[in-house]
Each structure stands twice: as structure tokens, then as C-alpha cells.
Design a protein around this ligand. Sequence first.
Ligand SMILES: Cc1cc2nc3c(=O)[nH]c(=O)nc-3n(C[C@H](O)[C@H](O)[C@H](O)COP(=O)(O)OP(=O)(O)OC[C@H]3O[C@@H](n4cnc5c(N)ncnc54)[C@H](O)[C@@H]3O)c2cc1C
Length: 307
Amino acid sequence: MTEVFENYNIKNESSFRIGGTVKKAAFPSNSHEFIELLDSNEYDMILGNCSNVLFYSGKINKNIIFTKKHNSYRIEDNKIKVSSGTLGALLSKECLKNNLSGFEFLIGFPGSFGGMIYMNASAHNQSISDCFISAKVYDLKAKETKLFSKEDMHFNYRYSELQKGSYIVLEADFELNKSDYETIKTTMDKNTEFRKTKQPSLKYGNAGSIFKNPPNDSAGRLLDLCGFKGQKQGGAMVFENHANFIINYDNANSNDVISLMYKMYSKVQESYKIELRPEIKYIGNKETEEYKLWELMATENIQMTQK
Ligand SMILES: Cc1cc2nc3c(=O)[nH]c(=O)nc-3n(C[C@H](O)[C@H](O)[C@H](O)COP(=O)(O)OP(=O)(O)OC[C@H]3O[C@@H](n4cnc5c(N)ncnc54)[C@H](O)[C@@H]3O)c2cc1C
């Protein structure tokens, strides 16, 4: 049954472990309950595992549907049907047990399938679009379900059709490749090792890469050249091993993170004439100062020029 909470504290819902309260939080446990909530017109947004978001640290004037409990899956031969709230990391382990290749990059990955399809998540030369066949989506305007093929999704780097804002993933179908246990395991172990050495562990709150890579370059490289590794703002700090991660090392709030991001954004723009765009999503209230700072970074109003 759907669980609904008023004035819900969302700090521990997000991988950043930053955030205040939302007006209402609903947790549907199946597609039927999910559609009922979407039909009600009461909710402002849908979130999965909140591993790509920064919540405002005060009161957020929003009602949010969280898909975490909508998390069933079925594996038949090399075909997988998965509900939007299912975690990628969990399914990658199931694929290993079933000798299926295609989700090796999801080992240790914090996203849910809804969030990963929305972002076209990728790592280690694999992406969610590779094995994607179709998704049952809910059309918020027409108030009906539709089947989206891979072509309908218009997948690109950190992009899918869902980002236009009208469609919500209910469940998705994938077709993986048959392989053998040892080959899959070896790749997964390599991926795990890479994450351990190059990325912050979730011991420190973080939301993965902060900025998207600009065309033909890497945000981490540019930020490193600007000397950001280890720089602090309040309780937020640029990760010492990779300049495109911010960690919550000491009870950071959203203002610490946005102020630090704005310094990073401004320095790269000043030094290289490149505007970095946030990869993470900010969930806050329009009237606040930090929202205005966020909009400056997130709005693509100036043509990106490179030296
Ligand atoms: C330690 C760490 C490592 C990471 N490494 C990577 C990496 O290697 N590669 C990578 O691509 N990302 C990475 N990320 C970022 C993040 O995990 C991905 O962006 C992931 O796809 C987000 O999934 P989520 O379920 O947490 O989405 P959320 O953060 O909950 O939401 C992200 C967006 O998806 C939308 N959304 C969520 N569910 C649905 C749905 N059912 N229908 C429509 N829209 C929906 C939300 O509205 C929101 O705009 C990392 C994050 C962390 C913390």
C-alpha cells in the first residue's frame, strides 16, 4: 500500500545526506498505486534513489513521489522486466547469477532504473541505453500509459526524452547478452576497484559527478587545473582524488554545496571560457538566493565557447 508522510524529512533519502523537509512524500509500491498518485495532480515531482539530487536544507514547498518501494523485477532467459524504483546495483548482482552481461557497470551503482533511464546513466563504456528495449511510461499531459521504444527515448550523453518533463517511467524491458559467470565477475571486480580508487565512497555523502563533461573535454580535468581538489566551503569539500565530486565531509548544507559549485563554475568560465553545466538536479524553492545562483549555472543562455 502507498505510504504517505507529511512534512517529511528527506535528508537521509539522498546520497548527499543534505536536505530539510518536503510538504508531502508518497511511496507507492506498484504501478497501479503509482498511476493513482500521478492521476491525482497533487505531486510536483518523481524521484528514484535520490543519488543525483541536492535538496534545499530548509522547508521545500513540494509534494514528491519516491519510487523506492516500487521495486520488483523478473528475469526470463536473457530478458528482464524491471519496475522504476529497482536499484541498478541489486539487478547487476542478479544478472551475474544468471550469467547475463550488459549491467556490469551497475555494480556499486546507486541509481534506480527510473533515474538511470532519465539520465541515460553510463560508466565503464556501458550505458543504460545499450540493452534497453522499451519502457511503459505515464504521459502526464494525456493522462495515459504509453510504450516507448529505444528510438522514442532519444538517448544521448546524460539525456533521454524523459527530460522534457512529460513522461514518467513505470517499468522497463531490457535484453541482455548471455555470457559466462567468470567473465562477468572479472569485469565487475574491475569496475568495483575503479570506483573504490577514483570515486568517493558513500561514507561521505555525495551525488556523483557534479558537472557534466563539456564537449570534447572533462569537467574533472578543468577543475583540477583550476586547483579545486580539497577546497572547502562550510561542510562541503571538493574530493581530493577527483575534482568533479563534492563530498559532504562535515554536516554540509545546500548553501555550502551551491556556493562551492558557483566558485568552480565561475573559475572555469573565467580561465577557459567554458560554462560547466550541473549534472546533479537541485530541488529547492524559487524565491531563495541559492536558487538564483543555481539558475545562473543551469540555464544555457550563453553559447558555450572553448579556447
Ligand atoms: C557515488 C556515486 C557514483 C555515481 N556514479 C555515476 C556514474 O558512474 N554514471 C552516471 O551516469 N551517474 C552516476 N551517479 C549519479 C546517479 O547515480 C545517476 O544519475 C542515476 O541515474 C540517478 O538515479 P536515481 O534513481 O538516484 O535518480 P534520482 O536522483 O532520484 O533522480 C534523478 C532524475 O531522474 C528523474 N527520475 C527518477 N525516477 C524517474 C522515473 N521513474 N521517471 C521519470 N523520471 C525519473 C528525477 O525526476 C530526477 O530528475 C553516481 C552517483 C553517486 C552518488
